[in-house]
Design a binder for this molecule. Structure first.
Ligand code: GN1
Ligand code: MG
Length: 374
């Protein structure tokens, strides 16, 4: 649903913005929230409508973001790092993190504002870059830096904004429920693929099953898609991570696997040309090099051992999630056309097959890089 601009202007007037609004522009990149760029005479801001269907506790989302971004700001200052940035929450005139708008149906809509981080771009594919390999390294390094800066943050201070977000058994169960519920008859088209997904369930549950046991619980971003990182327009150096709604306790491997799945596959997530869909091992190695430069000394033996496998697991998870949403009649991810979720599913499913054949080579590279002295 398109939100009329005068409504956004009205909503913007409730935040502590400097100057008067000169333009409002919609940004369509995310699959979940609605984002608007608000230009004022003095500064630019982002206003976002939180998808309350996905985030049931918007205040918890904002509390997590506030705690984590304050910690990052403190660490950057301590490290005299003037290059990297993090989101800065703009409060409402009542000094709140959220403005609640009651719509015509009497429902609550939740809005928040951030400073706009200028002179940056985000990419949907590394191939849009002047130098994909260098950018893969930068992206890996940025996600590694994020984990490193939050390494001493008390994980227990964070709440779970989406329960069981990367719990594979839960995601798998959701798929079975979607098939059982028969909101649509779409499952029958993919019976062969579903049987294959069933056969892989156990091996893909190893990280979520070991979390808090052999795999340490850390502060994780949980949505490390390529376009959730802002890079400098000119130098393409990583500047800030955005889309912080899913920051919560998790595994470093969720972020690593999802980041490589998203950045180092050669095609967009909804590409339908089979020839184009595979994991680029060179880009993956560059990503890992950047990531390990930041995180190598903090990772445990078990985390290191499951690194290559995490790419497969996160791709498996996304295949499950897109297929589930398709069978449920497209209630979760924003879609731009009728078969969009089916195309996303087929894409991730193909990528999964390709990743399986490359895991050993990637894990070997990881082990060698870990062994090397700096
Ligand atoms: C969603 O919001 P966005 O587009 O960055 C989703 C991720 C998926 C991604 C797939 C809260 O991310 O988990 O990996 O789509 N975010 C949420 O494109 O579900
Ligand atoms: Mg996003």
């Amino acid at each position: 649903m398109v939100i009329p601009m005068n409504k956004i202007e009205e909503i913007a007037s409730h935040f502590q913005l400097e100057g008067t609004i000169t333009s409002i522009e919609e940004n369509n990149q995310g699959n979940i929230n609605k984002t608007y760029i608000i230009s004022c005479t003095k500064k630019k801001y982002l206003i976002q409508k939180i998808n309350a269907n996905v985030f049931k506790e918007p205040y918890l989302v904002m509390k997590n973001i506030e705690l984590v971004t304050e910690h990052i700001k403190k660490k950057l200052k301590e490290n005299k790092d003037t290059i990297h940035k993090t989101l800065n929450i703009i409060k409402t005139k009542e000094n709140e993190n959220l403005y609640i708008y009651i719509n015509k149906e009497g429902e609550k809509e939740y809005y928040r504002a951030f400073d706009y981080i200028d002179n940056c771009v985000s990419f949907d594919s590394l191939n849009e870059s002047k130098n994909p390999k260098q950018l893969a390294y930068e992206v890996g390094k940025s996600f590694g830096l994020f984990q490193r800066l939050l390494n001493d943050f008390p994980v227990s201070a964070l709440g779970e904004t989406i329960k069981d977000f990367h719990n594979i058994k839960k995601r798998f169960n959701d798929l079975l429920l979607s098939i059982e519920n028969k909101v649509t008859n779409r499952a029958s088209k993919y019976s062969k693929e579903i049987i294959d997904l069933i056969s892989k369930m156990k091996e893909c549950s190893i990280i979520s099953d070991s979390l808090g046991k052999t795999i340490p619980v850390r502060v994780t971003h949980n949505d490390t898609k390529l376009n959730n990182i802002l890079v400098d327009k000119e130098s393409e150096k990583g500047i800030a991570l955005i889309d912080l709604d899913t920051i919560m306790p998790g595994s470093s491997l969720f972020d690593l696997g999802d980041g490589i799945r998203s950045a180092c596959s050669t095609a967009y997530e909804d590409e339908t040309d089979k020839e184009k869909i595979f994991l680029d091992v060179d880009l993956t190695k560059s990503y890992l090099k950047g990531y390990l430069e930041e995180m190598k000394e903090y990772l445990t033996f078990d985390e290191i051992n499951d690194m290559a496998c995490s790419i497969k697991i996160m791709t498996y998870e996304l295949a499950l999630r897109f297929l589930t949403d398709y069978i449920n009649g497209d209630t979760y991810f924003k879609i731009r056309y009728k078969e969009h979720n089916a195309d996303r599913f087929k894409n991730q499913y193909l990528l999964l097959q390709d990743i399986e054949s490359k895991i050993d080579e990637i894990q070997m590279f990881i082990n060698e890089t870990i062994k090397k002295k700096d």
